[in-house]
Design a protein around this ligand. Structure first.
Ligand SMILES: O=P(O)(O)OC[C@H]1O[C@H](OP(=O)(O)OP(=O)(O)O)[C@H](O)[C@@H]1O
Ligand SMILES: NC(=O)CC[C@H](N)C(=O)O
Ligand code: SF4
Ligand SMILES: [Mg+2]
Length: 502
């Protein structure tokens, strides 16, 4: 157990909002056993989602109709450390589900690794979850009162066990998984994107607010350019960024509240659960700002394009005279290009990021700690010397990153450094699957723009407004008529999609 002092020291080293989780499923079309390397597809799909969670991962496969049991491999760490050729070979099957985890509701330990697998009266069930149940204490009591035992504190195990409850209207022809899923959705409105597997099919489920992402792709035959040719299988994933590298094509999102079934014969919508009181959808706006990989597509638009537009809106709101616009790599770069194009000030790289410096590194001495997170970066001094810079980052959370970078740039000869942040200040916690520091740790709750500029050594500092962020996100968005437009902005505005005490 860490002492409070050690925890604080650790938090002083942390940067950003720690991510969420990635879920992935794959099912072969046509005859089974399939020639498709299902476990490998899932493994590569998870590698593409690695940015969403690096604590643990797992893959579960099924051989189909007659499967009494699933093949399971889970472990702590990154995908590459858990899976190798041999373990992938043992994960036989024509369908399967994978997960990569960043813990939010229970410790980062082997018992809480996902996917969860349970044996029910109706066969084996496997569940992978991204999100966090907002009413987990109440749901936990309900499930325990029904005589079910829980072996962990994970809300994802809780979801798994809640799915084992008989639905209130009973089941006519044997087990009715869709009815069980609808029952779960009536017990908890937020927040989950789920990939479930029973012996021969996969269900994709997105909560009625669509808070977490989930999308569908199809696997095309090798070297096939014609997307209308029959597919060889289907994939379902938190993000679309990995699809091309596994030979799949993006098909569409799973819609808020939708339950979609993937079987060897194709995909179909089973039902769509409505939000209460005509409330708008609440897709996490921070997926666009920071969490997602920039080549992913949400709501019909590429994340990179939205990030560029955030930079354009920021330039409209808070431009200043300077020689170059630059970014804090990685995720600030798209916005910096947008800022540059809107303002006409040329873009130049000023920082080189060391990609091998991870989050959990040796605890540095006091002297090194003072040098701070700039150890992740080097300055491209010829681009910097004698220049007035506008430095763009996507977000400021604890404020640990930006100060040491400004010092580095000044040491490299920058004459002015103006910080512009392509998202609004963070003020409130997230209860929906993202670890945002406590209110006290969020720097925007302690310092206003002028104070923060002074604290970090910037010549000036400004954030994008909430309105500006919404404009950037919604500019090209074509709403599905049924759903309207809506995004969760709770960590910026304190306006949560629904009451938290559900
Ligand atoms: O204010 P702070 O608490 O220091 O955190 C903010 C920084 O953290 C994130 O970057 P990170 O280095 O985690 O990842 P990235 O390479 O994806 O930008 C984010 O992009 C900011 O740069
Ligand atoms: N980040 C997530 O989506 C986490 C899922 C789940 N709440 C867990 O802790 O395992
Ligand atoms: S509170 Fe923030 S991080 Fe959490 S779901 Fe809403 S927008 Fe996303
Ligand atoms: Mg960053």
């Amino acid at each position: 157990m860490m002492s409070k002092e050690e925890t604080n020291k650790n938090n002083n080293m942390l940067t950003g909002m720690t991510h969420e989780c990635g879920v992935f499923g794959c099912i072969a079309a046509g005859d089974w056993p399939t020639h498709i390397d299902v476990a490998q597809v899932i493994c590569l799909g998870l590698v593409a989602l690695q940015h969403r969670g690096q604590e643990s991962a797992g893959i579960v496969t099924s051989e189909g109709n007659n499967a009494k049991n699933f093949h399971v491999k889970k472990g702590m760490g990154m995908i590459n450390n858990i899976f190798n050729d041999e373990s992938i070979r043992q994960l036989k099957g024509s369908l399967g589900v994978g997960h990569t985890r960043y813990s939010t509701s229970a410790a980062s330990e082997e018992v809480n690794c996902q996917p969860f697998v349970v044996h029910t009266a109706h066969g084996v069930l496997c569940v992978a979850h991204n999100g966090e149940i907002i009413n987990k204490e109440k749901l936990r009591r309900k499930v325990l009162e029904r005589g079910v035992g829980l072996s962990t504190h994970s809300d994802s195990e809780l979801i798994t066990q809640a799915l084992c409850l008989n639905p209130p209207d009973g089941e006519r022809n044997g087990v009715d998984w869709p009815a069980r899923i609808r029952h779960l959705m009536s017990l908890s409105p937020l927040s989950y994107s789920l990939v479930l597997m029973e012996k021969d099919r996969i269900y994709g489920v997105r909560d009625p607010y669509g808070n977490r992402p989930l999308c569908i792709g199809k696997i095309l035959p090798l070297n096939c350019k014609d997307e209308n040719v029959g597919e060889e299988g289907w994939v379902i994933s938190s993000e679309s960024c990995g699809f091309l590298s596994i030979g799949a094509r993006y098909v569409r999102e799973v819609y808020p509240g939708e339950i979609v079934e993937l079987s060897r014969t194709g995909i179909k919508t089973i039902s769509t659960v409505e939000r209460p009181d005509n409330k708008p959808p609440a897709f996490c706006i921070f997926e666009y700002v920071y969490f997602a990989r920039s080549d992913s597509v949400f709501e019909g638009q590429m994340v990179y394009s939205v990030r560029m537009q955030c930079g354009r809106e920021l330039a409209k709101e808070a431009c200043i005279e300077a020689d170059i616009v630059s970014s804090v790599p990685e995720s600030g770069t798209a916005a910096a290009h947008g800022f540059s194009r809107q303002s006409g000030i040329p873009f130049a790289e000023v920082l080189c990021k060391n990609r091998y410096v991870g989050r959990t590194f040796i605890q540095p001495s006091a002297r090194l700690r003072q040098l701070g997170v700039a150890k992740k970066f080097g300055a491209l001094s010829e681009n910097v010397a004698g220049k007035r810079l506008i430095l763009i980052d996507d977000s400021i959370v604890r404020g640990n990153t930006i100060g040491p970078i400004i010092k580095l740039l000044r040491d490299a000869g920058a004459t002015e450094v103006h910080v512009r942040i392509a998202s609004p200040p963070l003020h409130y916690p997230c209860y929906m699957g993202i670890n945002i520091p406590t209110r006290e740790e969020l720097i925007a709750n302690k310092l206003d723009n002028v104070q923060l500029a002074k604290h970090t050594g910037a010549d000036s500092l400004a954030y994008l407004s909430v309105e500006g962020l919404k404009i950037a996100v919604r500019r090209q968005l074509v709403p599905r008529e049924k759903d309207g437009v809506g995004h969760c902005t709770a960590c910026l505005t304190g306006e949560y999609p629904t009451e938290l005490d559900w």
